[in-house]
Ligand binder design. Sequence first.
Ligand code: UFG
Length: 346
Amino acid sequence: MAILITGGAGYIGSHTCVELLEAGYEVVVVDNLSNSSEVSINRVTGITKKSFAFYEMDLLDREGLDKVFTKHSIDAVIHLAGLKAVGESVRMPLSYYHTNIMSTLVLCEVMKEHNVHKLVFSSSATVYGLPEQVPIVEDSSLGATNPYGRTKLMLEQILQDLAESNERWGISILRYFNPVGAHQSGQIGENPNGIPNNLMPYISQVAVGKLAQVNVFGNDYPTIDGTGVRDYIHVVDLAKGHLRALEKQLDISGVHIYNLGTGRGYSVLEMITAFESVTGQSVPYRIVERRPGDIGLCYADTAKANMELGWFATRSIEEMCQDTWRWQRLNPNGYEGEKIHHLLTN
Ligand code: UFG
């Protein structure tokens, strides 16, 4: 069975490729490498000892995408490609709406033309906006607070409309909480451009000596120690969630929405302490102003994914820190500077 993974060279994509290949699926990756590296494709091949097709291509290239569907008999699509930085989306809303919305429309149109109706879509807990209550259940009220989040929310609505138009569509919408960690091999992981926006890569770059200290954005939230609480989920657990969603929806139709988190929240200071104790590295920090747009408390109710998908996040906070650190230590500059070996079909 052949699965197209858009954004398959990225952080979540590369880990999802590993899980799918290890489960015996044929994998086809389309990625424009705008925020990812072809090195990750080589590394996935190294981990799994399996090669797969990789196309450096933008999803807005309809003709190119059409050729991919003609060449490979695709059974289902996992759509991860898109722009994802909240701050950047505020500065460049047109770029975010154009890229995220248009590429998904082109993808769905080409899927429809080729009679492919099974889709797993990467959404985000950001669609809950300021949560009314925690843990957050899937039918909580929605309301994104920035252009990036609104692209996810709009796409969720577009996909609902699509599924209602024809019962052949089977669509899983996965709302990720905070993905962290890396593959236990240390070969693939998160590779942010420039200074990281997110907490975990920031902590690990402080620990490795690239950055001086963590700026903790506020300590006056109504949380255990006043710092922001999030539901951090190991990226390998998240990748396995895609596999479970894919397997489930091959036989069902309609739209199915799942939170992918652990159901447990950790504060910024708890994350720093956990990282220090697991790695033995010191992580200096200072408290600064709140980051505009941040919320205090966000963690998932995961019962729906547990029950309907039979999926559970099993990796602990210690494993998240350990695996992040292994990746960071082995790859202090991420994928930068590594030559690509063109082992792959194209
Ligand atoms: N934080 C710091 N210092 C930093 C970075 C983050 O104190 O340098 C804090 C934040 O204030 C927050 C927590 O660490 O309390 C987590 O912040 P992240 O930036 O790692 O993650 P967010 O929860 O803000 O954002 C993530 C994704 C978004 C997504 C959002 C909601 O990055 O894409 O979750 O699901 F929209």
